[in-house]
Design a protein around this ligand. Structure first.
Ligand SMILES: Cc1ncc(COP(=O)(O)O)c(C=O)c1O
Ligand SMILES: [Zn+2]
Length: 369
């Protein structure tokens, strides 16, 4: 008997847990892990996880990233305190390792021997590493123009790397076709409920680290939105267990070139046909399958979604490096351009404390000199 099932976000239908069910069989909606009532929840300060044997979990020591105080950024923006959670310090250089660790732990527990994934780079590198660790064969589909350092990182872990011409969406379609033809497991970080569970640890850690000065705001770059939905689930669990007094407002930052969530939030017209190239490749997701769920997190938390220009993203990437000594990838710098806009709108006030997810390393996504 499992201690959880998979529950549809849209219609509430429940499904038994396995590695094959990625969407609701009734309505196609995204699935979330829902624990049985007797599961201890967050009460011990540790997140419940969707596998049974913690000792056998597939791990590379992900998480435990510091919250670095960013005094220069706070000074520039005229706000009391800004922390950056240094997610680029994860084992493969991005926050994706949190989700991958949980997803691959479930895969290993269920005896999966091969997985297929599609990615703009970071999730592919992460799945490749954790698959190597677990002795699972990995096939990663990535856009042919993904950053070279990300592609070589995928290859170094021994993953079969399939480069697909065309937009990000083409890599996803090729991965799905490959899986369907072979009956393989599609370990999609965008769809997997287990991946989302892993990202909850971000909130558990941040709540512990910043217990004396809990942030009123969490600002995160959003493509599919796993660092909005996952940490929010963690904050809800922590609040339900009485371990935190309040939950932060979660703000979603997108590139103006690909802004489905921000457009839906603003109520402006935008379709995937409007998508353009952006230097923030990690959030170049034109049709995020969890869009409604991200919007729900914004609504519940009182957060906003906003779109920022590539010029501002590049400027913040340089500022972070020159003023704080942090080399973030453009996708991650987008969150700071978003924070600046939130301050300008008066959403973030001068007396507030803000936590920003610095999701990935600039070393893997270096702009041409
Ligand atoms: C560095 C970085 N930040 C943020 C994201 C966005 O994650 P999500 O698509 O779950 O919103 C990605 C996704 O690839 C990424 O690589
Ligand atoms: Zn459903």
């Amino acid at each position: 008997m499992s201690h959880f099932d998979l529950c549809c976000f849209a219609c509430g239908a429940t499904h038994a847990s396995d590695m094959y069910t990625l969407a609701c069989e009734r309505c196609g909606g995204p699935l979330d892990v829902r624990y049985a009532a007797e599961t201890t929840g967050a009460s011990g300060g540790e997140p419940p996880m969707p596998y049974h044997d913690r000792a056998a979990a597939v791990t590379l020591g992900e998480g435990g990233t510091p919250c670095v105080e960013l005094r220069a950024v706070a000074g520039m923006l005229g706000i009391r305190r800004v922390y950056g959670k240094a997610e680029y310090q994860n084992p493969t250089g991005s926050f994706k390792d949190r989700g991958t660790a949980a997803m691959m732990s479930v895969a290993a527990e269920l005896g999966v021997t091969a997985v297929v994934e599609d990615s703009s780079g970071n999730a592919g590198a992460s799945v490749a590493a954790y698959a190597a660790r677990a002795g699972i064969e990995a096939h990663v589909f990535a856009p042919a123009d993904a950053p070279a350092a990300k592609l070589s990182q995928i290859r170094v872990f021994g993953a079969h790397t399939h480069l697909i011409e065309g937009p990000r969406q083409a890599a996803e379609e090729a991965a799905v076709a490959y899986c369907e033809a072979r009956g393989m497991v599609y370990a999609s970080h965008n769809l997997s409920a287990y991946f989302l569970e892993g990202t909850k640890t971000f909130a558990y850690e941040a709540a512990r680290q910043l217990a004396d000065d809990s942030p009123q705001h969490l600002v995160t770059p959003v493509g599919n939105g796993s660092l909005a939905t996952g940490p929010w689930k963690g904050y809800v669990e922590l609040a339900d267990a009485g371990l935190i007094k309040y939950r932060p407002r979660v703000h979603a930052v997108q590139a103006r070139a690909v802004m489905p969530v921000a457009a839906a939030y603003e109520g402006s017209a935008w379709s995937s046909a409007d998508a353009r190239r952006t230097i923030a490749g990690g959030i170049s997701v034109a049709t995020p399958p969890r869009k409604a769920q991200v919007l729900d997190v914004l609504r519940q938390s009182g957060g906003e979604a906003l779109a920022v220009d590539d010029g501002d993203i590049a400027r913040w990437q340089r500022l972070l490096a020159k003023e704080e000594g942090i080399y973030a990838e453009p996708t991650s710098a987008a969150a700071f351009a978003g924070l600046q806009e939130l301050v300008a709108r008066g959403v973030v006030g001068a007396g507030d404390c803000v936590l920003v997810a610095i999701t990935g390393s600039g070393l893997k996504d270096t702009p041409p000199a």
